[in-house]
Design a protein around this ligand. Sequence first.
Ligand code: 4NP
Length: 151
Amino acid sequence: MVCLGNICRSPLAEGILRQKITERNLEVEVHSSGTSNYHISESADSRMISTARRHGIDISNHKARQFVVNDFDYYDKIYVMDGQNFRNVSRLARNDEDRSKVQLIMNVVEPASHFEVPDPYYSGNDGFELVFKMLDEACEKIADNIETKKR
Ligand code: 4NP
């Protein structure tokens, strides 16, 4: 899960998907990062920690890290939140295989829609709740897809 700062959207996406994976007894590693170096080693935004907690998800132990090229080797799928993240990650891709791993997360719900998960950093509480709703829907679909593949 990748966003810009790795303190709002992607830490929540990581927390939501990890919970769904655990509930379904699937074995998948989920992590998150940001394309920028703005907030390296910081905790998630306190407003996002509260939003997650309201929905029964604990992201209080999160520490922000920056996306690195080696992540292409370790991860099978790289979900990004918006077009800027898509361009930033794709710029680091070394080949078509790397590029093929990068996907806008909301395209999982609505293929080819190119909907973006809006950056809530400068928004009010509504923005955080909206991000939760969007990511919960997307992560449910991702967990469904992983489960179907396993069967
Ligand atoms: P995120 O939100 O990409 O969802 O973690 C942001 C957090 C911080 C900044 C931008 C977006 N910032 O510019 O500091």
